[in-house]
Design a protein around this ligand. Structure first.
Ligand SMILES: [Zn+2]
Length: 319
């Protein structure tokens, strides 16, 4: 299995640095491109407004997103792998899943390397746990992570110990987690057979990503681009879907607002056919850079005299 030159290239990329292989970014010293100078602050405002409206407990500035996690982990994001299937998982498969995960996240993170005091030249992903239905599903060496068979989420799917979840312990107290803070997981990656069936679909928020096992088998396991995954990873940074219903002249207060001067297709703009853009576009690279600039000052990760105006007042939703 797994012999094409492309696979070798990609596999190597996952273990070396982010941003090699076939991906391009603008220089980290470049100024914000003129056509997006107005757009990026508007996109921030739109996301703040919509997230408060659509998911108040997971709003942009109040929830813990991937940038919070990479700062908490000092450049390493700990992952709980979840597997909802009776099919066995070999050591090679586990390595492939982590390599693909690292690679696709790299499409986003490479935009931050060297930009506006982002402190990490590369971001690592460390699997601290595997959650499965039965111990026998995992083959090969199990020494580098904890195996969980006794925990399930509200839908009954396997998960890691909730006491070790970063989102459940934002105060930093991991005294209920058997491995302590070293075994905390910032997010999960759930390869899900039961919910999605034979559809190449997924969902995500700051606490993790749920994609179909079918998607892994038919797309991800080829170790190439995985459009659904790069889209869902975008949601873990707090980005929302940009939906175009043909409404003319929406404002940043509207759910259907499309960023001015954005490309006709981009990762976070799923069309009628769903998320299918394979790579982070230049526009979204700058969107992530801008969100870093805002988050890093909002959270106090860096201090400058930069100030930003608050989001605009929007008409009440209750009309
Ligand atoms: Zn989406």
């Amino acid at each position: 299995m797994f012999v094409s030159p492309l696979s070798v290239c990609i596999f190597g990329a996952a273990f070396l640095t982010l941003g090699n292989c076939r991906c391009q970014t603008d220089s980290p010293d470049a100024p914000i491109p003129e056509q997006w100078k107005q757009t990026l602050p508007q996109a921030w405002d739109n996301t703040v407004i919509r997230s408060l409206r659509e998911s108040p407990t997971r709003n942009l500035t109040g929830y813990a997103w991937t940038l919070d996690q990479v700062m908490d982990g000092k450049g390493t994001i700990n992952v709980c792998m979840r597997w909802d299937s009776n099919e066995t998982v070999t050591e090679t498969m586990r390595e492939q899943i982590l390599a693909e995960y690292t690679k696709i996240y790299g499409y986003w993170f490479q935009w931050l390397s060297g930009y506006d005091n982002f402190p990490f030249s590369q971001v690592n992903f460390n699997v601290v746990g595997w959650a499965v239905r039965d111990q026998n599903i995992l083959q090969g060496s199990l020494s580098s992570f904890d195996t969980y068979t006794n925990f399930s989420d509200e839908s009954g799917f396997p998960t890691c110990n909730p006491a070790c979840a970063y989102h459940n312990n934002l105060d930093g107290d991991y005294s209920e987690c058997p491995g302590g803070p070293e075994q905390r997981y910032h997010q999960f990656f759930f390869l899900d057979q039961g919910f999605w069936g034979d559809h190449n679909m997924g969902a995500a928020s700051g606490d993790g990503i749920d994609v179909s096992l079918y998607g892994w088998k038919t797309v991800g396991s080829k170790m190439d681009d995985w459009p659904i995954l790069v889209h869902e990873m975008g949601h873990t940074f707090g980005f929302l879907d940009y939906l175009d219903d043909g409404t003319t002249n929406p404002s940043v207060c509207d759910n259907v607002w499309i960023p001015p001067n954005s490309p006709s297709e981009f990762v976070m703009k799923p069309s009628d056919y769903g998320a299918h853009v394979p790579k982070v576009t230049e526009f979204e690279g700058w969107l992530l850079r801008y969100f870093w600039s805002r988050f890093s000052r909002l959270r106090g990760w860096q201090n400058t005299n930069t100030t930003y105006p608050p989001p605009p007042e929007c008409p009440s939703d209750s009309s």
